[in-house]
Design a protein around this ligand. Structure first.
Ligand SMILES: CC(C)(COP(=O)(O)OP(=O)(O)OC[C@H]1O[C@@H](n2cnc3c(N)ncnc32)[C@H](O)[C@@H]1OP(=O)(O)O)[C@@H](O)C(=O)NCCC(=O)NCCS
Length: 198
C-alpha cells in the first residue's frame, strides 16, 4: 500500500523512469527522438478536436515543447508503442492528487484495435496500485462515442455534463464527465481475476 511507503522512498519510485508493459503495448516516457512521430500522429483534426489541449495544426515545434516540458507539470505521460512503433499518448494529470485526470489519443491509423482501452487500463492500474489515487476522472466530448466506450470498458461511470474549452476549435463545448472510484476498480480487478482462475 502506498500509504505505508516512507515519503522519501515514494519520491524515489516516482522519479524512476517508469515503463509499463501490456499484452501488446509498451508505455514509456517520450523523448526528443519521438518528436517527429508524435507530430505526425497528432497533426490531424480528427484527433486534436477531440482532446482538450492539442492545437491544430500540430507542428514538430509543438511536439518538441511537449516532450521538453514534461518534467515541469503535474503529469505522468506515456508514449504508447505497438510493435516498437509509436501509436499515441496516454497520461494522468495530477493537479488534484486524489483524483487525477486520465487523457489519451491515438493516431487515426491506429484506431479500432483496442489499444486505447489496453493503454488506459495499464495507467489506471498504476494510479491505484502505485500512486495512491482515490479516484480517477475523465471526460469526452459528447460527440465522441469511441472515447466514451473506452472509459466505460475501463469501468468509469458517467457523472454529468460540463463545458470544457477545446484548444483546436478555440471554443468551449459540452463534454460527458466520468469517474472511476478505487472501489469499482478493485471490484473489477477481483472479478476478472476470478474469471481467469476458472
Ligand atoms: C478515442 C480513441 C483513443 C479510441 O481509440 P481506440 O484504440 O480505437 O479505442 P478502443 O479500440 O480501445 O475502443 C474504442 C471502442 O469504441 C468503439 N467505437 C469506435 N468508434 C465508434 C463510434 N463512432 N461509435 C460508437 N462506438 C465506436 C469501438 O468499437 C470500441 O468498442 P468495442 O471494443 O466495444 O468494439 C481514438 O479514437 C482517438 O484517439 N480519438 C481522438 C482523440 C480522443 O478522442 N481522445 C480522447 C479524448 S477524451
Amino acid at each position: 500500500m502506498l500509504q505505508e511507503i516512507p515519503t522519501s522512498t515514494q519520491a524515489l519510485r516516482e522519479a524512476r523512469p517508469c515503463v509499463l508493459e501490456t499484452e501488446r503495448l509498451t508505455l514509456r516516457k517520450p523523448g526528443l527522438a519521438d518528436v517527429k512521430a508524435i507530430a505526425c500522429l497528432a497533426n490531424d483534426r480528427r484527433v486534436a478536436e477531440m482532446t482538450r489541449r492539442l492545437p491544430f495544426p500540430y507542428t514538430r515545434d509543438d511536439a518538441a515543447r511537449f516532450v521538453t516540458t514534461l518534467g515541469q507539470s503535474d503529469e505522468t505521460v506515456f508514449l504508447i508503442e505497438a510493435d516498437d512503433e509509436p501509436v499515441g499518448i496516454v497520461g494522468l494529470d495530477w493537479s488534484d492528487r486524489d483524483a487525477p485526470a486520465l487523457g489519451y489519443w491515438l493516431g487515426v491509423q491506429h484506431w479500432g484495435n483496442g489499444y486505447a482501452t489496453e493503454a488506459a487500463r495499464a495507467v489506471i492500474d498504476l494510479a491505484f496500485e502505485d500512486r495512491g489515487a482515490k479516484q480517477i476522472v475523465a471526460s469526452a466530448r459528447v460527440i465522441n462515442p469511441a472515447s466514451r466506450n473506452v472509459l466505460e470498458k475501463c469501468g468509469f461511470q458517467w457523472t454529468g455534463v460540463e463545458l470544457h474549452r477545446v484548444e483546436a476549435i478555440a471554443s468551449s463545448t459540452p463534454v460527458d464527465c466520468f469517474r472511476l472510484t478505487r472501489g469499482v476498480w478493485s471490484s473489477l480487478k477481483s472479478w476478472s481475476a476470478t474469471r481467469r482462475g476458472r
